[in-house]
Write a protein that binds this ligand. Structure first.
Ligand code: HEM
Length: 528
């Protein structure tokens, strides 16, 4: 370092306020005498304190606790033996080897901002692709299905799963009250109460878009598509006891695992797979392809690898990049489209609505959320707007369209527009082919023995503190799903009743009794 560099460095390190004024005393308030009182013209103090007072933005209404990382997605350019362009014209998937930058945020769902990462809960898996056509967000979870199939029920579901409005304590009776009264939840409950409800960390879990989307090709033809992320690190889940042991020592273990792996250059990777189905209602299936409580059976709808994601850079600032990151199901690019999945449509309203409240009207101007391509809109104003989205050479006086005075012009359509024909009465009705418990039975039978034991131990522990009507309704669902599942749940609850010490008035969603037979470390699992 030269003397001049040294001087510049010293100058660069000078503490200033947000107006650029150097701060010469950061230890003492300006006071009348050294014992006070303080004076109100203390601009530096008032600025420092009032910014601190506003350091938090509202936490996400769900998925409050998360960790993020940057990386890239590399397309394989094919689907099986065919060029991927046969199914989608989305540029992000064309041209084998092409890389697209991504930002990923993993999360837990129900618990608050600094809650333990060992809790039983689905995990969020949200990916922002900064494509050449603008951003594409794939907002998924680790599990491939969801609790409910109609967006209207989401606020009720979340209220039941979040803490009691009076005690502020999470209460399994409220959780099971909602689930027992909403039989479509049973498949998801079966996953969440098994070891699949506590992934060992974020690197060793799958991801899934859960909802059904569409792909559109250049002829304007669509197929239904589901997305799944497969971790190349393997899959590992925890028993309740293992999770509790980790939690005693470290309640940030998943964030730390991700951060440390990337810092040491051990970059986590996931392969993106898709399942596709011809567009349509598929009356030959015993489930509706738009029902997000159902898996698409792998033997009928094979998984095709279409690309790989590598996470190779930690955020430089947690708040700027992770807390202020905003993902939404409406954020699609040309060649990707919505299906009529009622959950997907409800979600698409909710994300940007909450983000305008949580981050602010101009949340898309923040570097983490802005596309990496040029943006040119006629949007103007709003809190925290700091720049106009002008195109080079645009007449800056023109912030409307149409105009003959060199304003922004509409884009040309990239391929043939996809124009599905829709007809029907407006109704408030559930879908046909609900089949609420069949796949839960298949999932139960596909579990390994230790997974079934964990599932039953966890369910019996938490259900044993619930009202008998709730227990009975859950037993009926388990019996419908699988004879053994129903019988063992019934017997377990019967035995728990005999041992009245097992019941307590308010349970915790994780329970507090560890299963006795659990082993001490994480368990490798086969892709499900
Ligand atoms: C109608 C159903 C749903 C509604 C209304 C809904 C709504 C929301 C809302 C309001 C947020 C907070 C967003 C923010 O503050 O930035 C959120 C976050 C999230 N949701 Fe949903 N959600 C629904 C279903 C689902 C499903 C089925 C999945 C899984 C595929 C999912 C995955 C996520 C993820 C991963 C996040 C966190 C995104 C992030 O990391 O910032 N949600 N959801």
């Amino acid at each position: 370092m030269t003397q001049q560099d040294d001087a510049t460095h010293e100058q660069d390190m000078t503490l200033t306020n947000r107006q650029g004024h150097p701060i010469t005393n950061n230890q003492n308030l300006r006071t009348v005498g050294n014992r006070g009182p303080a004076t109100l013209e203390n601009y530096d103090f008032l600025e420092k304190m009032s910014h601190f007072d506003r350091e938090r933005v509202p936490e996400r209404v769900v998925h409050a606790r998360g960790a993020g990382a940057h990386g890239y997605f590399e397309t394989y350019g094919v689907l099986g033996n065919e060029p991927i362009s046969k199914y989608t014209r989305a540029k992000v998937f064309q041209d084998k080897g092409k890389k697209t930058p991504v930002f990923v945020r993993f999360s837990t769902v129900i618990h608050g901002g600094h809650s333990p990462e060992t809790l039983r809960d689905p995990r969020g898996f949200a990916v922002k692709f900064y494509t050449e056509d603008g951003n594409w967000d794939l907002v998924g979870n680790n599990l491939k299905i969801f609790f409910i199939r109609d967006a209207l029920k989401f606020p009720d579901m979340i209220h039941a799963f979040k803490p009691d409005p009076i005690t502020n304590i999470q209460n399994v009776e409220r959780f099971f009250d909602f689930c027992a009264s909403s039989p479509e939840t049973f498949h998801m409950v079966t996953f969440v109460y098994s070891p699949w409800g506590i992934p060992a960390n974020y690197r060793m879990m799958q991801g899934s878009g859960v909802n059904t989307y569409k792909w559109v090709n250049s002829e304007g033809k669509a197929v239904l598509v589901k997305y799944h992320w497969e971790p190349l690190q393997g899959i590992k889940n925890l028993t309740q006891k293992e999770a509790e042991e980790i939690q005693q020592k470290n309640f940030n273990h998943a964030t730390q695992d991700l951060y440390d792996a990337i810092e040491r250059g051990d970059f986590p990777e996931w392969e993106l797979h898709v399942q596709i189905m011809e567009d349509g209602s598929h009356p030959e299936l015993d489930f509706d392809p738009l029902d997000d409580t159902k898996l698409w059976p792998n033997d009928q709808f094979p998984w095709y690898p279409v690309g790989k994601m590598v996470l190779n850079k930690n955020p430089e600032d947690y708040f700027a990049e992770v807390e202020q990151a905003t993902f939404g199901t409406g954020v699609l690019v040309d060649g990707l489209d919505f299906s009529d999945d009622k959950m997907l449509q409800g979600r698409t309203f909710s994300y940007s609505d909450t983000q305008r409240h949580r981050v602010g009207a101009n949340y898309l101007q923040l570097p983490i959320n802005a596309p990496k391509k040029r943006v040119a809109t006629n949007q103007h104003g709003g809190q925290m707007m700091y720049k106009r989205d002008l195109a080079p050479g645009q007449n800056p006086h023109i912030n409307y369209e149409p105009s003959m005075l060199n304003g922004l012009k509409e884009a040309t359509q990239a391929g043939k527009e996809y124009t599905p024909y829709i007809e029907g009465n407006l109704v408030r009705e559930s879908i046909d082919r609900q089949s609420n418990t069949k796949q839960a039975g298949e999932t139960y039978r596909n579990f390994e023995q230790w997974e079934r034991e964990e599932l039953l131990t966890n369910l019996i522990r938490d259900l044993s503190v619930c009202h008998e009507d709730i227990q009975n309704a859950m037993i009926v669902l388990a019996q419908e799903a699988d004879e053994e599942y129903g019988r063992l749940l019934k017997e377990g609850l019967h035995n728990a009743k005999k041992d009245s010490s097992a019941s307590k008035p308010l349970g915790n969603i994780n329970g507090d009794q560890a299963p006795q037979d659990a082993m001490n470390k994480g368990h490798d699992a086969e892709p499900y």
